[in-house]
Design a binder for this molecule. Structure first.
Ligand code: SAM
Length: 283
């Protein structure tokens, strides 16, 4: 840290294991006058743990513009500020990007520190061999926009990386299987760096059954990684399943029966086909 030049330091914090804080991150938290935190109550014990006496100011998604002005005022007064989120890297599916943009526009230095990020941590243990990955973050919560989002990703030959909340995990894997294809590999990375860390790989079409076989498997925090679309533009059984489904619906079959038949023909998950059939009927 350069003492005499005030800067905004972007500081990643642990996903669960306090030992994952880098030495540089600890040094910065100890040296800055202020820490801008997504949740000050959440970050206060963390600062105490690492021996930081910095004062806290709130910088969450609902006050980011006002927080940016506060941070710029501190920097103008010659004080450095660290930006932290609840866990992992700020501005990665977390608030922080707008604040960083304002600070840079005001002419101050922004110094990023490398550190914990759930997406990269999961990717490193996924075993997915694609040369490229696409970090998507959270899919839309509602079924229709989620399916539209997945359709836009279906042909990409990149590993896809999603964040997901436990209460949506089942419907998400169903949608992934239905639209991306039951044969593509899914890696479920759950509770990374924590006591119940689990990394499980299976074909997308088997994920729902694996998750429901034990309720504990649906608990905690999740990164979902899906292997890229097979070469040659064919998006696997997802593409094929949807084509068959469309044909059956065009022939006038009821949604339930069409989903059941697609399941028998391509092996695609029945629930996912049912959801997809409903949304195709509506459109
Ligand atoms: N900024 C964070 C980062 O760098 O990873 C992500 C914040 S986002 C609001 C929270 C999501 O990250 C969770 O819903 C989950 O999908 C993922 N996540 C965070 N911690 C995790 C962990 N220990 N194991 C698995 N996923 C995690």
């Amino acid at each position: 840290m350069t003492e005499d030049i005030p800067a905004l330091y972007v500081v990643p914090t642990p996903l669960g294991n306090l030992g994952d804080m880098t030495q540089r991150a600890i040094d910065v938290l100890r040296q800055v006058a202020w820490v801008a935190a997504e949740d000050t109550r959440h970050s206060a014990p963390l600062l105490k743990h690492y021996g930081s006496g910095a004062r806290l100011l709130a910088a969450h998604e609902h006050n980011e513009e006002a927080a940016a002005q506060q941070v710029i005022a501190r920097l103008s007064a010659g004080e450095s500020v660290a930006l932290v989120s609840d866990a992992g890297t700020p501005a990665v599916s977390d608030p922080g990007a707008r604040l960083v943009a304002r600070v840079r526009a005001a002419g101050f230095r922004v110094v990023p520190l490398p550190g914990p990020c759930a997406a990269v941590t999961a990717l490193s243990a996924s075993g997915l061999g694609e040369a490229h990955f696409l970090f998507y973050g959270f899919l839309p919560a509602r079924a229709r926009p989620r399916e539209d989002a997945l359709r836009a990703l279906r042909e990409l030959p990149y590993a896809l990386v999603f964040y997901e909340a436990p209460h949506r995990i089942l419907e998400s894997v169903e949608a992934l299987a239905g639209i991306l294809g039951a044969d593509r590999t899914l890696v479920i990375a759950r509770e990374l760096t924590k006591l119940f860390e689990t990394i499980h790989s299976c074909p997308l079409g088997e994920a729902h059954a694996w998750l429901t076989a034990d309720a504990n498997r649906q608990r905690g925090e999740f990164v979902l990684l899906v292997s890229g679309a097979p070469e040659g533009g064919e998006a696997g059984t997802g593409g094929e399943s949807e084509r068959v489904l469309r044909l059956l619906l065009d022939e006038g079959l009821p949604v339930k029966q069409a989903a059941k038949l697609v399941h028998s023909i391509t092996g695609a998950a029945k629930n996912a086909m049912y959801e997809l059939a409903l949304s195709l009927r509506k459109s």
